[in-house]
Design a protein around this ligand. Sequence first.
Ligand SMILES: Nc1ncnc2c1ncn2[C@@H]1O[C@H](COP(=O)(O)OP(=O)(O)OP(=O)(O)O)[C@@H](O)[C@H]1O
Ligand SMILES: [Mg+2]
Length: 251
Amino acid sequence: MSEGKIIAVWGSPNSGKTTVATKLATAIYDNYQSTVIVLYTDIETPALPVIFPNEKTEDVGSVGIPLSKVEVDRDDVIRNLVITKNRQNFGFIGYRAGDNKFTYPKFGRAKAEALLEELCELANYVIVDCTSNLENNVLSSVAVEMSEQIIRLASPDLKSISFFLSQLPVYADEKYRLSEHIQGINTPNEDVFMPIEETKSHLKDVRFSVPYCEEVKLQMQKGSLIEATKDKVFDSRMSEIAGKVVTYGQV
Ligand SMILES: Nc1ncnc2c1ncn2[C@@H]1O[C@H](COP(=O)(O)OP(=O)(O)OP(=O)(O)O)[C@@H](O)[C@H]1O
Ligand SMILES: [Mg+2]
């Protein structure tokens, strides 16, 4: 069996899943000398054109390619990783500009499992940016099933609370492992709509919260999310979460 651990990041729409998954991966890579891969599962709003808007489209691979073959092939997976110049052993894989559900053949659980297993062969940590709707995205749902840890993100606003009130019963099936989820709060906007304490009272057992960071907001707008920030509060919080994730589930 492969040694890599899958960390799934799931939560309400716009709660910061893509941001937190990327920053968490960066913190694990920087602090623990690990090989890290981020898998972006969204095929309706592919993440690669957002994370790497300055890369030429022809230089960016797509996770749809290895998933289209009869068997998921390791070299195919490697060829479709986005690797940046400054960081070796840090890869990103997801859907690229223009991809949609018609671009590649449909695939099922077995393919998704095979892909995740290959990623675990290649990396110590596979951080999966899941879609809010797990039932619509087989990569996300299989990642949740196979993961070592599941981070569940909420944002401090009424929409996020409403999402969980509505959707947690949808994911009652044991395979979604609701009772194991590590609940966190991320603040994706400057104008906090709801006090953190009030948000916590709606969510059970909040284990961490990530503060709003202006620089991160700008990084997402400029396409430099994988670069370091100068915000010590944000960075130390991400490092703390990374530390707990690495030392096995003690978030
Ligand atoms: N801690 C933070 N500080 C500042 N901005 C943030 C933070 N977290 C997220 N954001 C911003 O909030 C917005 C939503 O974040 P993101 O795209 O990561 O959410 P998401 O949950 O992945 O959304 P979706 O449901 O569309 O996939 C982005 O503009 C992002 O830059
Ligand atoms: Mg996202």
